[in-house]
Design a protein around this ligand. Sequence first.
Ligand code: NAD
Ligand code: WQD
Length: 351
Amino acid sequence: MSAPSTVLVTGGAGFIGSHACVELLDHGYELIVVDNYSNSTPQVLTRVERIAGRFVGAIYELDIRDRHALSAVFDRHSVDAVVHFAARKAVGESTRMPVEYYDTNVGGTTALLRVMHEHGVHQLVFSSSCSIYGDAGSGLLDEATPARPTNPYAASKWTCEQILADVCRRCPEYTVLCLRYFNPAGAHPSGLLGEDPCRTPENLMPYVAQVAIGRRERVRVFGADYPTPDGTAIRDYLHVVDTVEAHRVALDHLADGPGMYVYNLGVGMGSSVLDVVATFSEACGRPIPYEVTARRPGDVAELVADATAVTRAWGWRPSRDLADMCRDAWRFQQLNPYGYAGSARRPNLKR
Ligand code: NAD
Ligand code: WQD
């Protein structure tokens, strides 16, 4: 099996997907992007093309659960591999809308698999999440840590992993690389791409950025009574550009052989909520106001990756730190105070 050259990216207009598109275009891949823009806008892809200096091969507005529409895309293009980002990703929302989360994340993945199967496409890079580990206690979490999802979002990702593992066990033609991201953050260094959720950010870094630019009054620090050095919760923040570089390296390794391979993506070092607030304050040159509030239900004290397996397997390791993430996120926020809203709509380019 040779390395892929035409890659279909689901959710390519999203936060991580858009950065991945830049990375893959920069490395000569032909891209087909599908997205329903439920948490993104088409303008993002114009920016992707501007940064890369190349067009995305084709862009389709569709829902991955729509097998007929997806199948028509596979009929039209000779796809070698799929990088599957499209999903709903807000943990809190998933507790209020579990059916929507299972339908999009699990149903979307099985619809995609079915269409891939029908078209003889057997190479997949899948976005999983550290949230599948649940409340695993302190210490570095390696890939053998038992999955104990505590919310529908995490359960949907774990269900997808189990389905993909079973397919790989039964169908030897498949190669699936499953990447469990810890906390991707930051933005493209150009300031043109970043994290711009359609609703109020649930994640810490985009919330802090919106406080820094004056869109929100203060950061609410969810709990300062955790058993951690400063009392606030610790996470493993990974620059989004490092995250997508790992996907580019993953594509090279799809050719290594069949089966399912699971790797954590993290830096292997934790930062507390107050570390993030302080580092962002340095990046933007003024103190970020914050108040300590109650713990957020379902949060855990500490989640940090043992990310050595992927380095051993592929030689990939992250090269950017929290200061880089805050600096880049701040640049994006300054250049796009209201996110992508207001930028020109993507013209209907003839291809
Ligand atoms: P995002 O919401 O920014 O991007 C997801 C993209 O998928 C969006 O453009 C959205 O419009 C699209 N989409 C959603 N449902 C769709 C559907 N049914 N059909 C077609 N397109 C659809 O999220 P992100 O942060 O870029 O996350 C990408 C992937 O990584 C997701 O699978 C997420 O679960 C996973 N992940 C994210 C994080 C994180 O902290 N950002 C951490 C771990 C895992
Ligand atoms: C980080 C820390 C909060 C917002 C989730 C998913 C995980 C992955 C990343 C998708 C926590 C604290 C947050 C705020 C705060 N996503 N916080 N004030 O919860 O670690 O992970 O997103 O897969 O799977 O579970 O990320 O950015 O929401 O929170 O104090 O306004 O910041 O309590 O300790 P989390 P986060």
